[in-house]
Ligand binder design. Sequence first.
Ligand code: DGY
Length: 321
Amino acid sequence: MNRKGNVYVTRLLPRPVMEKLGEICDFEANTEPRPATREELLRGVRGRDAVLCLLNDRIDAAVLDAAGPQCRLFANYGVGYNNIDVSEAQKRGIWVTNTPDVLDDATADMAWALLFATARRVAEGDRLMRSGTFSWQPEFMLGADITGRTLGVVGAGRIGRNFALKSRGFGMKVLYSGRRPSPEFEVETGGRFAALDELLRDSDFVSLHVPLTPETHHLIGERELGLMKPSSILINTSRGPVVDEKALARALEARTIRGAGLDVFENEPNPEPGLKALDNVVMTPHIGSATVDTRTNMGFIVVRNIAAALEGREPPNLVRA
Ligand code: DGY
């Protein structure tokens, strides 16, 4: 009789995904409305053929060892996989996969939502309407123009490109930076490659779309914030530690930049305390990919990867160190 693979799931995914997963394997899931604790994780992965994990599960050598030599795959529910020590997994012959492509639109849309909310003071206006009243006057709650301005896109991957493409409707000039020029990015968006410093100096809006790696940790720190125009706005939907959050809070408080729209934070779920008192920052709780269809489709990708690994085939969305 064929033995079905045995999978540990660190957090329940949308119901259609759990149903599909149930068709291809036996699984045990953390059903608590919170991430698995370290102890639960170490215990849960033991002896499994595959593990379905989330961006807030730290998958390091200890977890990989706890899983054991029969484990074939850690399938991350997310495009970012900085939570997993991929080179340690590779040393043990364990595959790691992610969920690319299906979240490009949702994440790029979220970056736009934050850009608009910050530039046009949407969250601040909402707070005002709930707590009091207003008297219309010519210089009341003035914000920043968007149409025709310069957009700086840091990271020329799929999400950065998608975000830049959407600026066409607003007639914006696009600058982008990355490890190297991308002809694809330029053809699709009309953007021009620029060194990061030039992009920071010349852009009215700077949006971050890089993965978190040792090279991008604190890519935007005090020096970089100091290069930005006092009228400019920073948007981050990538990973919190790409920005030195303490330096950002200081820059926002001193108004050396106009504002920031943040969906990700250095120490999630807690933003730097200084940020909470500031009106020129809009914060959302890491919801870049949080639409019904996107989160479901991400789950189906995870199931496809697990199915392949359990059959001994290389999974389609393999990532390497
Ligand atoms: C990711 O996929 O990496 C996002 O941060 C969560 O959707």
